[in-house]
Design a protein around this ligand. Structure first.
Ligand code: GDP
Ligand code: MG
Length: 175
């Protein structure tokens, strides 16, 4: 194994969860491959991508699990071993918001110490936005996780979201 001075090397499993077509696959593609596709490629089953993230004192190999939306994963084993999750809703579809709480519960049942970050995706679609801050913010507060407005299309806040999660995964909890 390659070790550079004090650098610590981690491997962490993270999952993207949310309703159909909120942009999970697009967010991963943006982060891992730096590109975006307009066409909707239905995710069948599970896709796992790898991405190496360099942090100030450590390197994290993220195993990014893209799970087909709209399912209950709590009994499936797909969440087993996860260290963190990005829960995604779609700012143009108000009905995708309820998935935050549902998936947060599933994730915490599998790992009570899992780090969760909430993404409100498609922030570029300002004219068709239907989910107002007044509805979004209280739900984020209830879940008790940070919230970022992202766009897989423009890339806005996408890198930040994955980096924020990676940093939390390797930061020991305060004593
Ligand atoms: P998934 O089912 O959650 O994996 O959703 P996809 O990543 O397949 O995206 C569903 C559709 O929304 C596709 O047509 C994407 O091109 C589109 N999409 C995803 N993210 C964005 C975004 O940030 N902005 C816009 N305008 N479209 C997006
Ligand atoms: Mg998908």
């Amino acid at each position: 194994m390659l070790t550079v001075s004090e650098d610590r090397i981690y491997q962490k499993k993270i999952c993207l969860l949310g309703e159909f077509a909120v942009g999970k696959t697009s967010l991963i593609r943006r982060f891992v491959e730096k590109r975006f596709d307009e066409k909707y490629l239905t995710t069948v089953g599970v896709m796992v991508s790898r991405k190496k993230v360099s942090l100030p004192a450590s390197t994290v190999h993220l195993l990014i699990w893209d799970l087909a939306g709209g399912r209950d994963f709590s009994q499936s084993g797909y969440l087993t071993g996860l260290a963190g999750a990005l829960l995604v809703c779609d700012l143009t579809r108000v009905e995708t918001l309820a998935a935050y709480q549902r998936y947060a519960t599933q994730v915490r049942n599998v790992n009570p110490n899992a780090h969760i970050i909430l993404l409100a995706n498609k922030s570029d679609l300002t004219s068709t936005r239907s989910l107002p801050d007044e509805q979004l913010f209280p739900v984020a507060q209830e879940v008790g996780a940070p919230l970022l407005m992202t766009s897989a299309k423009t890339g806005d806040q996408v890198e930040q979201a994955f980096m924020m999660l990676a940093e939390r995964l390797v930061t020991p909890p305060p004593l």
